[in-house]
Write a protein that binds this ligand. Structure first.
Ligand SMILES: CC(C)(COP(=O)(O)OP(=O)(O)OC[C@H]1O[C@@H](n2cnc3c(N)ncnc32)[C@H](O)[C@@H]1OP(=O)(O)O)[C@@H](O)C(=O)NCCC(=O)NCCS
Length: 274
């Protein structure tokens, strides 16, 4: 893999000369994105010290792929699309259920047991085993979603492709993200966390402990907690306004599924959710 990495880095250094007629470059870049597609490499991961390690060269490969591909027309019944990248394929062998209306792009990895309701998963994203991506949820490019997560209806997980060193959104195993939450710009949700509907989380949004009133940090929801959308007063020259924050209203025991998340698990077993 080290060879492939240095080859990609070399291509990236002269990216403005790389174009669709460069067959050798295309073969190298495809090899890297295929690693992502098969889940053998990932764009980002959590290190033992809790920091996010971003493998920039894999993001560079994705960005190069866009330079190397030409637009082509794809027709499906009465539908027509124009894009540079193919869609993922062979879901049955991968053990992934994909409901009509859902699509995932080549270079995204969906682990066994993933269910895609009509939703979208972009290139470089990774969705862990048995995770449910519910109706109209979107998983942006390079986002890293854990195993047994529920992304409820309409959840927007932002994509972070550029700059290549930017950390993508990370959602830990067993998290439950309530309907229409927006999690963007490298925000992080700890494992087992439950987010109520409509939580907005980015690295500028304060996460506040309802017990103590303390700001726990920005853009990072602690593991095994229940967090809801709230607002905080903020004084501006023009007056007092309320800006969004995320309020941790409860702590869960590690490994404890919130009652409401448990119900979702039952629905999922019977394939009724969504
Ligand atoms: C976040 C959630 C787990 C909170 O449930 P809970 O822990 O049982 O909390 P409660 O219902 O006891 O509510 C505790 C307090 O928080 C408030 N609250 C509950 N959900 C809230 C939310 N999403 N946003 C803001 N406040 C919320 C309640 O009004 C209550 O206030 P009170 O103490 O003044 O009465 C629950 O609302 C939930 O599961 N939301 C996500 C639902 C979803 O999107 N499901 C997927 C598709 S169906």
């Amino acid at each position: 893999m080290a060879d492939l990495q240095s080859h990609i880095e070399e291509l990236w250094a002269r990216a403005d000369q790389v174009g669709p007629d460069d067959g050798d470059a295309a073969a190298v870049v495809l090899q890297a994105v295929e690693l992502l597609d098969r889940g053998e490499a990932r764009v980002a991961e959590l290190a033992a010290d809790g920091n996010v390690v971003v493998h920039q060269w894999l993001k560079q490969a994705i960005l190069l792929l866009f330079r190397l591909r030409r637009m082509e027309t794809v027709e499906l019944g009465p539908f027509e699309y124009a894009d540079k990248l193919p869609l993922k394929r062979d879901y049955l062998q991968a053990g992934v259920r994909v409901v009509p209306g859902a699509s995932a792009r080549f270079g995204a990895f969906l682990d066994r047991g993933v269910i895609l309701m009509p939703s979208y998963v972009n290139i470089g994203a990774r969705v862990g085993a048995d995770t449910m991506v519910d109706t109209w949820a979107t998983v942006g490019s390079c986002a890293q979603i854990g195993a047994r997560v529920h992304l409820a209806g309409g959840v927007g997980i932002g994509g972070v492709l550029e700059p290549p060193n930017a950390a993508p959104v990370m959602v830990g195993d067993d998290a439950m993200i309530g309907s229409r939450c927006m999690i963007t710009q490298g925000a992080r949700v700890g494992e087992g966390a439950v987010l109520g509907e409509g939580v907005i989380l980015n690295p500028a949004i304060p996460v506040i402990d309802a017990e103590t009133g303390d700001e726990l940090g920005r853009g990072v929801v602690p593991p095994w907690s229940v967090t809801v959308f709230a607002t905080r007063p903020r004084r501006f020259p023009g007056g007092d306004f309320h800006l969004p924050c995320a309020l941790v209203i409860r702590r869960l025991e590690p490994g404890q599924r919130h009652d409401k998340a448990q119900l979702e698990a039952v629905l999922r077993d019977h394939g009724l959710a969504g």
